[in-house]
Design a protein. Structure first.
Length: 292
């Protein structure tokens, strides 16, 4: 149901009853004799634990998710085929926040297309999304923030009983070394207070004190810090958390800001080659250094 509501909002004109495509437009749907290596150049080659497949991206089999989505008020087609980017029946592109990369954005950005952001995770999973210039690139947002067009608060909570069930994985293991940088919060707190946790501790004799309850408190504390630091209203979002972010992780801050401003520049100049992102970033950095 949530998927239907989201698609209705971002793809209001992509209904099943539209007229057939012109013959000249249908080329994007025709099978290709071979896929260019360029199509795989910006795709990560990450392999999960236990994956020993030695093949490069351009040798891997391709699975395409092509599905007709039935909603209460209309229907649409959902595809992962990036070849349809310039298709006239493609009114909206939905991005998953953690996977969004400025250097592989669909350019040029067409006037009839909207960009929608779907991200139910922490913004710290992608620093790009914590900058105002980056988040402004999206016409619609579906995130944990209450200011989103479609807030995802408790979206996956089926019932109150679900909260009362025992966790399948011990929290002290589940919440270790996450990309949301909770561990860095703990390390910073260690400078000022005693930390007695299984995951991190600056009290040598306290290991036996770290029960599941304490680890649960640790997880709740980290979630609370992320929540109150990141869910505040727009004005506070752009000042107080950003200042702390800049002080603690300056490299992440400036790199993500450069990429956000670089992509905004590409869109504004109607550039069609994403590889020019780095040239635009360099120009922006030079102007910033000169105080312009």
């Amino acid at each position: 149901m949530a998927l239907c509501l989201w698609l209705i909002m971002v793809v209001p004109v992509c209904c099943w009853g539209q007229r057939p495509v012109d013959t000249g437009d249908s080329g994007v749907f025709q099978p290709q004799s071979a896929l260019s290596d360029i199509e795989f150049a910006s795709v990560s080659s990450y392999r999960g634990p236990g994956n020993t497949d030695p093949r490069p991206n351009n040798k891997l089999p391709i699975i395409l998710w092509w599905k007709r989505v039935e909603c209460a008020r209309s229907s649409c087609l959902v595809t992962s085929n990036r070849k349809v980017q310039l298709y006239r029946r493609m009114p909206s592109i939905i991005f998953y926040g953690t996977d969004f990369r400025a250097y592989e954005a669909p350019l040029p950005r067409l006037a009839h297309q909207t960009w929608a952001l779907f991200h139910e995770e922490s913004p710290m999973n992608n620093y790009f999304l914590s900058h105002n210039v980056g988040i402004r690139l999206f016409n619609y947002t579906a995130t944990f923030r209450r200011e989103s067009d479609y807030p995802l608060t408790l979206r996956w909570l089926p019932s109150l009983d679900y909260l009362l069930k025992a966790p399948a994985v011990p929290l002290q293991e589940k919440n270790r070394w996450r990309r949301a940088d909770r561990n860095r919060y703990v390390q910073e707190l260690m400078k000022y207070i005693e930390i007695i946790l299984a995951c991190n501790s600056n009290v040598s004799s306290a290991q036996y004190l770290c029960s599941l309850i304490l680890c649960t408190v640790h997880a709740a504390l980290m979630y609370t810090l992320n929540f109150f630091a990141l869910i505040s209203l727009s004005t506070r979002w752009q000042h107080w958390p950003s200042l702390i972010w800049l002080q603690m992780w300056p490299q992440d801050y400036w790199q993500s800001l450069d990429q956000a401003e670089g992509l905004e520049s590409l869109v504004r100049h109607n550039v069609s080659d994403p590889s020019l992102l780095w040239q635009h970033i360099q120009s922006i950095a030079v102007r910033r250094a000169r105080g312009r």
